[in-house]
Design a binder for this molecule. Structure first.
Ligand SMILES: *Cc1c(COP(=O)(O)O)cnc(C)c1O
Length: 397
């Protein structure tokens, strides 16, 4: 009923919300009871729901994935002039959060899953930095490297095992940008059964409209450490001291989630397992149909994890007879929305001049990579037509 209606001239969208559950009922409840703002029963229920679902000890609802990341860095005490290792392949919010606290990003290359290349991170720490027994110091800049922000791209879990080992060795914090990956978890290794977002020191989810579940706009901070959760809760509420008086001893933020948003979020969370099941089935369907096409690579889940399969993306081979933009144009002319992958952040205007280390894979995939429609509500016949358009564009009969 409440699907954003697709008109004939509309393209098959990349990702739109699916709002067929209790969203309307819960929203009505907010209006009827007057609980529309940043306190209310749905905020509590949504936090508890995400906490239980993810298996983290504490959860805090906030206004966006971006504000979740910013708050996490403040909570961990990252200061201006310090450095944070981030992937160059990610939505720009990851890097922006680093700059909000005045720290500097060090951009890293991606592996063949588009996730941060842990071997290159390790090499960077070993060759370009030294450990003084307390901190990791960047030899070039003499600044402290304080943290790594891995991003689980498309919902496919990054190699947390490798990253956590580095973090322990060099006293680094890990803030997981799990904006795209709620519901993804590890199936093997040291973190088997653990969800993305709950392994590092703090994890951040996003509920923006294009994510697997949405609150309209919103985010969540998860952690196992109560003092960090307390501190985050204090900061996102304008650093208001306990009690009713307006007493503030620090500069805080208004980063809370409203009860209205949380009402939608709770209804969406009830459907998350169902959404993941659909996303995974649709992905397999795409994969089986695309596997006969030469000239493309589909980004799949790593063997050690079960992905929520939030996003679908492919890369054209370097010898492909059509360019990325050529392919996007053909898809668009056939009523299908497709987009280039995020431009690597070390090439984005605000970040030119920041450090980056041996980036080549990211450029290769940027030049060849395309996001495909992945909404929960996508129909099989739509996937059929997308695949056949791609096949024709590649010159396959
Ligand atoms: C969406 C996203 C964010 C930002 O989340 P918002 O809720 O839109 O602020 C951050 N990082 C990644 C990787 C994302 O995909």
């Amino acid at each position: 009923m409440y699907l954003r209606k697709k008109k004939n001239k509309d393209l098959i969208p990349i990702s739109i919300p699916y709002l067929e559950g209790n969203e309307e009922r819960y929203l009505r409840d907010c209006v009827r009871t007057g609980w529309v703002s940043s306190v209310g029963p749905f905020v509590d229920r949504f936090e508890k729901g995400v906490m239980e679902y993810s298996g983290s000890k504490y959860a805090l609802a906030v206004s966006s994935g971006t504000t979740a990341l910013h708050t996490a860095l403040v909570v961990l005490g990252i200061k201006a002039g310090e450095e944070i290792i981030v992937p160059t392949v990610t939505f720009i919010a990851t890097a922006n959060a680093v700059r909000y606290v005045g720290a500097h990003p060090i951009f890293m290359d991606c592996d063949d899953y588009l996730n941060i290349d842990v071997n290159k991170v390790k090499e960077f720490c070993e060759k370009r930095c030294f450990f003084n027994g307390k901190n990791l110091i960047n030899k070039d800049t003499k600044r402290k490297v304080r943290a790594i922000i891995p991003v689980h791209i498309l919902g496919n879990p990054a190699d947390m095992d490798g990253l956590m080992k580095l973090a322990a060795k060099y006293h680094l914090f890990i803030v997981e940008d799990a904006a795209q990956s709620i519901g993804s978890y590890y199936t093997k290794g040291r973190y088997a059964k653990r969800h993305t977002g709950t392994i590092g020191h703090i994890g951040c989810y996003s509920f923006n409209g294009n994510k697997i579940i949405t609150t309209g706009g919103g985010g969540m901070i998860v952690t196992n450490k109560k003092t960090w959760w307390d501190r985050a809760r204090y900061l996102v509420n304008q650093a208001k001291e306990k009690g009713t008086a307006y007493v503030h001893n620090e500069i805080g933020y208004n980063y809370r989630m409203t009860n209205l948003s949380a009402a939608v979020g709770l209804a969406q969370l009830e459907k998350l397992d169902n959404f993941i099941q659909i996303k995974r089935k649709n992905f397999l369907y795409y994969k089986n149909k695309l596997k006969n096409l030469e000239g493309i690579k589909l980004f799949c889940e790593p063997s050690y994890a079960r992905s929520n399969q939030w996003g679908y993306a492919l890369a054209l081979n370097s010898n492909s007879n059509i360019s990325r933009d050529g392919m996007i144009g053909v898809l668009k002319n056939n009523g299908i929305e497709a987009r280039a992958l995020w431009k690597p952040n070390h090439l984005q205007k605000p970040y030119v001049g920041e450090q980056y280390y041996k980036i080549d894979n990211a450029i290769k995939y940027y030049e060849r990579g395309i996001f495909l429609p992945c909404s929960v509500g996508i129909k099989r016949c739509e996937i059929d037509s997308i695949v056949s358009v791609i096949g024709r564009a590649l010159g396959v009969k």
